[in-house]
Design a binder for this molecule. Structure first.
Ligand code: NAP
Length: 499
């Protein structure tokens, strides 16, 4: 993008002037070593939103030192107190929802209505884990031979490093930070370089909510590998939680082997969306639009392959294409915008290449298929019909507003196509046959399954994938376990002979 633009809206300017742009280290907001900074831009216009401190390896080292120093006292802080900090943070984020929504729209591009949805979703992790903090418990048992007593304890894992992506700048942070606070872990957060502002504002809110110094440090950087690599190899770090691409995640798992770090990995997806002849078609189309177009398709849970049974394929494609054609592209702050730009030029180039490749592979372009000229990284909402089962696009995570439709004949064939991927984050299916729904729930290789539902994310449910989509779960009762370790004490027989 070559167009240079400026922020002229007074409300946007005023918000941007208030957002912290320094690193958060153990003793508060600080410049990066050597004063390095980098620009954060609006993907809809190219305007520079802010210049943010660019953490260097020595800043990463300071962040980990702060997390290490704060760990013992933070772990000793009563669970109720940790929960109340989270509850206050939930109230503050909710009260300031409009600020967070606008900031996310500015740095990431999604329409304001979607940003508001993310604020509500992201804040809910703070509330959920505020309730989980005082419920951490262990157990007491009599050993099977009746002699000793077994006590099982839960302890915080310890200093944790979080690496988050740009597509959900608030929720991907709260999904990690909230359970870690509840469990009593200190944290170093490295947000995506494209969207660090939301994370910085969130950190400010946590301080206002009473989070002690050093418990959370935030280190935006343009040198992700150089800054986080030494931390991953440092014995003071005990846990790595990463959300991002499978490619980077795989490398981080390998690096984590050196210290045998606990790792949680929320990685890429390739979600199949199955529609059977017996589905309620109107509901299936509603679900399909939601599953594809939320976040402009830039979501790990976005439907990536539509598998539609032959009997309804033509009608589904007609209705779905009509609905996708109604999306209105624009800057996310403008009234009437229902789809923003893609996040950057590389993401748009990849989407364009995949669409061109699908057409070359034999797919029929039912809608869209072009970049939008002018400022911003816009790409038309696109539907590809009659996509051959071996087309390259079906094996790639599209991460854009592009829906490839494949026709199938039998349930067996649909399951085989759905499972023919190394990923297994989420699957969706629409059918009126509950027995079929249960069969699919058991046979699809997937961490999450939307049955007659186009959305699965819920703070009360375990989010995560199988196969190369990841390790561990975020949210639900499972989410806090990622930040706890199990210890056990054997107490000698209280009735045994005293000698
Ligand atoms: P990405 O390139 O893997 O980046 C994710 C994060 O990792 C960013 O903070 C990035 O920093 C950092 N990073 C990149 N290279 C690194 C390295 N060598 N060492 C340490 N950190 C490194 O992914 P993305 O393009 O931002 O996000 C899209 C991907 O995330 C998709 O595959 C999507 O499916 C996945 N995702 C998964 C979930 C889930 O819950 N399963 C949720 C959302 C997104 P920079 O910003 O500096 O590059």
């Amino acid at each position: 993008m070559t167009v240079e633009a400026e922020i002229t809206d007074p409300g946007e300017r005023e918000l941007l002037d208030r957002v912290p742009t320094q690193l958060l280290l153990g003793d508060g907001w600080t410049d990066a070593a050597g004063g390095a900074r980098f620009a954060v831009t609006d993907p809809a216009t190219g305007a520079v939103l802010a210049e943010v401190a660019d953490a260097q390896p020595e800043d990463g080292e300071r962040a980990l030192a702060a997390a290490d120093a704060a760990q013992a006292s933070w772990a000793a802080t009563p669970p109720r107190e940790r929960g109340e900090i989270l509850r206050r943070a939930f109230e503050l984020v909710t009260a300031r929802a409009e600020e967070f929504a606008l900031l996310m729209t500015l740095e990431m591009g999604k329409p304001l209505a979607e940003s508001r949805g993310e604020v509500a979703y992201g804040a809910e992790f703070l509330r959920w884990f505020s309730e989980e903090a005082p419920r951490i418990s262990g157990r007491f048992a009599t050993a099977p031979d009746g002699k000793s007593r077994l006590v099982v304890l839960k302890a915080p894992v310890g200093p944790s490093l979080f690496i988050t992506p740009w597509n959900f700048p608030l929720a991907m942070a709260t999904r990690k930070v909230a359970p870690a606070i509840a469990a009593g872990c200190t944290m170093v957060l490295k947000p995506a370089a494209l969207t660090p502002l939301t994370a910085l504002l969130f950190a400010d809110v946590l301080r206002e909510a009473g989070l002690p110094d050093g418990v959370l440090t935030v280190i935006p950087t343009t040198r992700a590998g150089a800054v986080t690599g030494p931390l991953i190899r440092d014995p003071r770090l005990r846990k790595l939680s990463f959300t991002g691409s499978t490619e980077v995640g795989r490398r981080l798992i390998a690096d984590s082997a050196e210290q045998v770090l606990r790792v949680s990995m929320e990685l890429g997806g390739n979600a199949p969306f199955l529609v059977f002849d017996d589905a309620n078609l109107a509901k299936a189309v509603d679900g399909a639009v939601l599953a594809k177009m939320r976040n402009g398709g830039e979501a790990c849970v976005a439907a990536n392959r539509f598998l539609v049974q032959r009997g309804i394929a033509a009608e589904f494609t007609r209705r779905f294409t009509e609905r996708i054609g109604r999306f209105r592209i624009g800057r996310g702050t403008e009234d009437g915008t229902t789809m923003g730009p893609l996040v950057d030029g590389a993401t748009r180039d990849k989407v364009a290449q995949l669409v061109d490749g699908a057409v070359a592979d034999g797919a029929r372009l039912a809608l869209g298929g072009r970049r939008v000229d002018g400022a911003g990284y816009f790409y038309e909402p696109t539907v590809l019909a009659d996509v051959p089962a071996d087309a390259t696009i079906l094996g790639e995570e599209i991460f854009g507003p592009v829906a490839p439709i494949v026709v199938f004949d039998t349930e067996e064939e649909a399951i085989e196509i759905a499972n023919s991927t190394p990923f297994g984050l989420v699957s969706f299916a629409f059918t009126s046959d509950l027995n079929r729904g249960l069969r699919l729930a058991e046979r699809l290789d997937t961490g999450m399954f939307g049955l007659n539902a186009g959305v699965v994310s819920n703070p009360a449910a375990p989010f995560g994938g199988v196969k190369q989509s990841g390790l561990g779960r975020e949210g639900g009762f499972e989410g806090i376990e990622e930040y706890l370790e199990t210890r056990y004490v054997n107490i000698a027989d209280p009735f045994g002979p005293e000698e």
